[in-house]
Design a protein around this ligand. Structure first.
Ligand SMILES: N[C@@H](CCC(=O)N[C@@H](CS)C(=O)NCC(=O)O)C(=O)O
Length: 218
């Protein structure tokens, strides 16, 4: 099977699928596109005009990171999703919270005023605190085994650590379980290898271009 992931180097949703592909140890190619100038061929195959898209055998396209991850999980055993329907539903729910938190994180990164920054920070940290309360003893969300929740949340946590290094985020710093979970995730080759080696510099350059408050002295 030929698997091609249409991507963008800073996109956390793309990264979720890259982590799953790397974890499953399946060959795939990455095709980065410029989201500011989306190519016509991409607009033709992407119903929402968003990355990631997974092109399968050149002619079938899936979109939405979680749909892509669940498809990969179903065709490439062993499964990362739990077999019990209720536990699986709970995992999907926390992944959905992670998707919402990525939206808050984006707002935090591009906030142009302290007021917007504080609002995005509050929304993000409220969600992260709920997640912290739901977290077991680790090292991963479901205990000893890596799951699709880990694949979906690792991009959020990777960015939290980078943002925290630029401007201290005390509420993030106080989330002991999430930060331990983050440390475990960052050790995994599928997570460390899911972004370019210069990812932190790339993110910083993006923040600078956006005039992010994270790069301004308080
Ligand atoms: N819900 C989507 C979100 C994907 C998404 O928002 N991708 C962004 C880049 S991080 C994108 O392609 N944006 C282009 C646009 O909105 O024009 C998923 O999980 O795949």
């Amino acid at each position: 099977m030929n698997l091609e992931l249409i991507s963008s180097p800073l996109c956390p949703y793309v990264q979720r699928s890259v982590i799953t592909l790397l974890h499953k140890e399946v060959p795939f190619t990455l095709t980065p596109i410029d989201l500011a100038h989306k190519p016509d061929w991409f607009l033709e195959i992407s119903p929402l005009g968003k990355v990631p898209c997974l092109r399968i055998d050149r002619d079938t396209v899936l979109f939405e990171s979680q749909v892509i991850n669940e498809y990969l999980d179903e065709i490439l055993p062993p499964p990362l999703h739990p077999s019990d329907p209720l536990t699986r539903a709970q995992h999907r729910a926390w992944i959905a919270l992670g998707s919402d938190a990525l939206g808050d994180q984006f707002q935090l990164m591009v906030a142009q005023s302290e007021e917007r920054f504080i609002a995005a920070h509050r929304q993000l940290c409220d969600k992260l605190e709920r997640l912290e309360a739901a977290m077991g003893d680790g090292p991963f969300f479901a205990g000893e085994s890596f799951s699709l929740v880990d694949a979906a949340l690792a991009p959020l946590f990777m960015r939290m650590e980078i943002l925290h290094s630029l401007r201290p985020l005390p509420r993030w710093e106080s989330l002991g379980k999430l930060r331990l979970w983050t440390a475990q995730l960052m050790e995994l080759p599928e997570v460390a290898g899911s972004v370019r080696a210069d990812f932190a510099d790339l993110l910083r350059a993006y923040l600078s271009e956006k005039g992010s408050l994270l790069l301004r002295s308080m």
